[in-house]
Design a protein around this ligand. Structure first.
Ligand SMILES: NC(=O)c1ccc[n+]([C@@H]2O[C@H](COP(=O)([O-])OP(=O)(O)OC[C@H]3O[C@@H](n4cnc5c(N)ncnc54)[C@H](O)[C@@H]3O)[C@@H](O)[C@H]2O)c1
Length: 257
């Protein structure tokens, strides 16, 4: 264990949705900090790009192409991580259906789209947690960080299924934290504010780029993926060993709780 309690040097960390957007930045920032990264996006080419960028910069990473809504694939993801690096210290449940979702009135959301969002954003986290649990328990502990959303605080309209799934992430985080604390596994969540990831920019277009940051944000500027990485790294580090079941809001101080 490093003498720096905030270090993630040498830790093996799986990032679901690690191929694009904020997930890719998590992978790259973790690798820069010395972690061994498993990029587990559904998009294989995107995983390859993430891993190539990390290796090109001298870091360690592998791809584990995974559909988090498929139990068998998540078990395979955990197996690949252990096969490559011998353990799993952290799981960042970042994969989601967000930028691909149309913003629309709640009554216009088709039931099958609602179900798919729940399958990926909520059951996908359940499935990934189940997949890494045996290894984390066997090795004496681990850290799970779930990515929720500032929509949980704000009740932002027009993607009702997405907001509902992200609120569910908080419930899952709290109850699972109580169930796995005995195994020395910490489970926490973060709620990012509106973040200018490449996927967000491509789906929100001019709105994302041209709108001023929210006027009630303490830190008056746009939020970028790099603004989230430090908070997640803290929750993966030894420094957060006595923190579990919590939700850390990372939005420049827009919402306070
Ligand atoms: N960007 C924001 O403003 C913002 C704000 C709050 C929360 N978040 C959350 O942060 C996370 C990252 O967001 P983002 O902006 O990078 O955009 P995003 O939600 O578009 O990226 C999600 C990633 O998940 C992958 N993915 C989709 N379905 C998958 C599946 N079934 N299995 C595995 N991977 C799958 C995608 O390929 C993509 O790379 C998401 O959980 C999102 O909900 C983002």
């Amino acid at each position: 264990m490093s003498s720096n309690p905030l270090s993630i040097d040498g830790k093996v960390i799986i990032v679901t949705g690690g191929g694009k957007g904020i997930g890719r930045v998590y992978c790259q920032e973790f690798a820069k900090a010395g972690a061994k990264v498993v990029a587990a996006d559904i998009d294989h080419d995107a995983n390859e790009d993430t891993v190539a960028a990390i290796r090109g910069a001298g870091g360690e990473a592998i791809t584990a192409t995974t559909d988090v809504s498929d139990d068998e694939k998540t078990v395979e993801m955990a197996r690949k991580a252990v096969e490559a690096f011998g353990r799993i210290d952290g799981l960042v449940n970042n994969a989601s259906l967000m930028s691909v979702l149309e913003r629309r009135d709640w009554k216009e959301i088709p039931n099958d789209e609602w179900d798919r969002v729940m399958d990926v954003n909520l059951r996908g986290i359940f499935s990934c947690c189940k997949a890494v649990f045996p290894q984390m328990k066997a090795q004496g502990g681990g850290k799970i960080v779930n990515i929720s959303s500032g929509r949980f605080w704000n009740g932002t309209p027009n993607r009702l299924h997405y907001s509902t799934s992200k609120a569910g992430v908080i419930g899952l985080t709290r109850s699972l934290a109580r169930e796995v604390g005995i195994d020395n596994i910490n489970v926490n969540a973060i709620t990012p504010g509106f973040t200018l990831s490449d996927t967000q920019i491509s789906s929100s277009g001019e709105y994302a780029k041209n709108n001023a940051p929210p006027s009630d944000r303490c830190i008056q500027r746009h939020q970028y993926p790099e603004d989230l990485a430090g908070a997640v790294m803290f929750l993966l580090s030894q420094g957060s060993d006595f923190i579990s079941g919590q939700t850390l809001n990372v939005d420049g101080g827009q919402f306070m709780h």
